[in-house]
Design a protein around this ligand. Structure first.
Ligand code: GDD
Ligand code: MN
Length: 378
């Protein structure tokens, strides 16, 4: 049976297919979501639109609220994700769940001005691949929504982003934009699930695939958060650094590997610090001090990877304990690999201690990354 001849009943006919889907990633936005729905409804009066809330199992009941709204309003629904976290992946899943040919992403905390949604829709319908809400061009502004430090950080990130985006964007960090749905369908398999910066990822990925997206900008004023708390944190900033480096490497090095390596470097500092403390300050003899320092550095690495590298797969409770033990085991085997590779190079090939040491360290970091990715954070 062809799709066109699929039977329709009166219910299917009376239900208008949406032309424009507004995707709202949420984590603890229960105090904002009804107001956002109301305001978007006013802004998009006359358009066949729907709202898709993608909630990562918020403890404040955001999903229940969205479902309740959906019982009396047919154009709002909610995808509740369990056991996963992440703004970018939430946006992608929301977009992939709709039939609407045009989609927008908007934050759930009313910081983005929904009144410009019709302008964004008009731009993508007129042929732009992406209509980007910008705080830094034309009449746009971010003053009210930002502290001085955040404003500076945002400007820095904007500069770094232009370097990899392949075109000048006034606000590559924007979490507010409209896009043709099929563009996302095309690039979705190549987007990083981690992190906050879906727009930048989208532009870089589409450009690398050979379709440099045409971007129209729509200025708006960034407002202060309506209620609740921001999820922006130092972790998010480091994750951005990882994404940036990954895109700079042409995607050859995955973000998670880069973050894993950064964690590894910090572990070396922890290791040396502890060793010094135990050996020099406390007076423990070298071998037990070295053993203690190794255990502490491994533990440090595990917990940091758990909140940073694998924030989207964070282990909790019992799983965290077994994960930690597995991590110790993987790292021990990794150390064996490290020492054997270094010894082989040093003894049989060339007596260059630094080269041999570096090769050994590289060997164990790739090994640990691969193994813990399969067994610890799967
Ligand atoms: N599903 C899901 N999962 N949603 C999330 C998650 C998550 O892990 N983390 C945050 N969100 C939701 C929030 O509930 C909110 O609706 C939206 O994503 C933005 O999060 P905020 O915590 O309000 O971020 P912000 O205001 O600090 O950052 C905003 O401005 C930045 C510009 O500097 C966002 O729009 C960023 O994308 C943007 O880059
Ligand atoms: Mn916000």
């Amino acid at each position: 049976m062809s799709i066109a001849s699929a039977p329709t009943n009166s219910t299917a006919r009376s239900h208008t297919a949406p032309e424009f889907a507004v995707v709202v990633p949420t984590f603890n936005e229960s105090a904002n979501i009804a107001e956002l729905y109301r305001r978007v409804g006013i802004a998009l009066e006359g358009t066949a639109w729907e709202m898709i809330v993608v909630d990562d199992n918020s403890p404040d009941g955001t999903a229940d609220l969205a479902w309740t709204l959906g019982r009396s309003h047919a154009n709002i629904r909610c995808i509740k994700r369990v056991g996963r976290r992440g703004l970018s992946s939430a946006c992608v899943e929301g977009i992939l769940s709709t039939n609407a040919p045009y989609v927008a992403i908007i934050d759930g905390d009313l910081q983005h001005d929904e009144a410009v949604l019709p302008q964004m829709l008009a731009k993508v319908k007129a042929g732009a691949d992406i209509a980007l809400g910008t705080r830094y061009a034309g009449a746009g502004s971010a003053n009210a929504g930002f502290s001085a430090v955040r404003a500076w950080g945002s400007r820095m990130a904007t500069k770094l982003s232009s370097l990899i985006a392949g075109q000048d964007l006034s606000d590559p960090m924007s979490g507010f934009f409209a896009v043709r749905r099929d563009l996302i369908v095309d690039v979705a398999p190549h987007l990083s699930a981690e992190g906050f910066k879906i727009l930048l990822d989208l532009v870089v990925t589409a450009t690398r695939k050979g379709t440099r997206p045409a971007i129209a900008e729509v200025p708006y004023t960034f407002r202060p958060r309506h209620a609740g708390e921001s999820k922006m944190s130092p972790i998010v900033v480091i994750q951005f650094a990882g994404l940036w480096l990954s895109k700079l490497s042409g995607g050859v090095l995955p973000t998670s590997f880069l973050l894993f390596s950064m964690v590894g470097f910090s572990g070396i500092a922890i290791h040396l610090g502890t060793l010094w403390l135990l050996n020099t300050v406390v007076g423990t003899s070298f071998l037990p001090a070295q053993f203690g320092a190794t255990m502490i550095a491994m533990t440090w690495n595990f917990f940091l990877n758990n909140v940073l590298t694998y924030a989207d797969k964070r282990l909790k409770g019992m799983k965290m304990l077994t994960g930690l033990l597995m991590f110790y085991a993987a790292c021990s085997i990794g150390t064996l690999a490290n020492v054997s590779v270094a010894a082989l190079l040093y003894n049989d090939i060339a007596q260059m201690p630094l080269v041999a040491g570096l090769a050994g360290a590289l060997m164990s970091s790739v090994f640990n990354y691969a193994v813990t990715r399969i067994f610890t954070w799967r």
